[in-house]
Design a protein around this ligand. Sequence first.
Ligand SMILES: *Cc1c(COP(=O)(O)O)cnc(C)c1O
Length: 422
Amino acid sequence: MHHFDYKHGALHVEDIPLSDIARDVGTPFYCYSSATLERHYRVFAEAFKAPETLIAYSIKANSNLSVVRTLAKAGAGADVVSRGELRRALTAGVPATRIVFSGVGKTRDEMAEALEAGIYQFNVESEPELQALSECAQSKNKQAPITLRINPDVDAGTHEKINTGRAENKFGIAWNKAREVYAHAASLPGIKIVGVDVHIGSQITALDPFEQAFKRVSELVKDLRADGHNIQRLDLGGGLGIPYAAQGQIPPHPDQYAAMIARVTGGLDVQLIFEPGRLIVGNAGLLVSRVIYVKHGENRAFVILDAAMNDLIRPALYDAHHDILPLAQPAPTAPYAPFDVVGPVCETGDSFAQNRDLPPLNAGDLVAIMSTGAYGAVQSSEYNTRPLIPEVMVHGGQMAVVRRRPSYEDMMAVEPMAQWLK
Ligand SMILES: *Cc1c(COP(=O)(O)O)cnc(C)c1O
């Protein structure tokens, strides 16, 4: 469910026509719906009955400060994977005691900063990291609260670039080494074991891989307790998928996900932690772009947009599907025809859709690339010296530019000319 609907023939975000925003801020731009963000958070949070459950929004999906603040106000914690994300979470008002720190390559500087902030836990992914964290904490006379991220060796059945739970991935500690590494962790003076962590991938649209993984880690919790470890928390990661096409496959509802988890982890008496990203923000955002040209080639017709792969890389990187809707509602009788929808960047991969049935479009028309709230703006670049596009947030009838479009002067100001070239 989201708050992007046609009203009086015009695509709106909450109470505002997107074409009004296009007129005010220019295209392309990302637009987020505050009500949708809040709703997605609430639906997920309400699926879990235990009051101590921590929902740590995965900042990497969309790290805009207003997005993070909206979720923090709704009660979310944060899952961060870098010092930058830690600072964003704190700046947006997420209490340190609701922040978890994930990632395979935390540096000692990052660990030090997170320890100083007093975060809730580190999800540790290797023995060298454990060693470094222990030393870092010891030098501050602290103990770092940790879980170990266990790689349960299940195949999430998702795209290979976002599959993280198989034995051959770089993530986590091998399933069969877990008890040994926990024993080592318990011997380190700067480490305090608090739980177990797992995250098997992203855009997972079936419950089965989750269930397999969660069964394995639930067994592990029992084994670790039998070994004498104090396991109080079970962090089950993120990864629950979203529908990307109006007519497409519908992933499990958070209520079904929660019911499965209650079944698998029931009786363990642990605090559950979740790190949803895409599920919260994916369908709460879209990208508005203007048609520059419609080009009729030999065998194909192209719609050339002013947005490109540098603004939204998901189709090029993951072969992702995004619905594309004209901002002006097509007449019910409009003749649909297949188009390739592409951007202006000099790469064949700069394509948003191939052979997509679209109503008639003309140069100057506006379209929305739907479901781009997650892994959209955060993965953008200035390739082809295209300025990062603005991000706009709508709240009922109000709108705010929550990230400005930089000027070309801003972009070049960070590139001082080498002194011998001046
Ligand atoms: C990316 C990531 C998430 C969020 O994944 P989504 O699919 O966006 O829910 C959660 N935890 C970890 C460790 C991640 O790397």
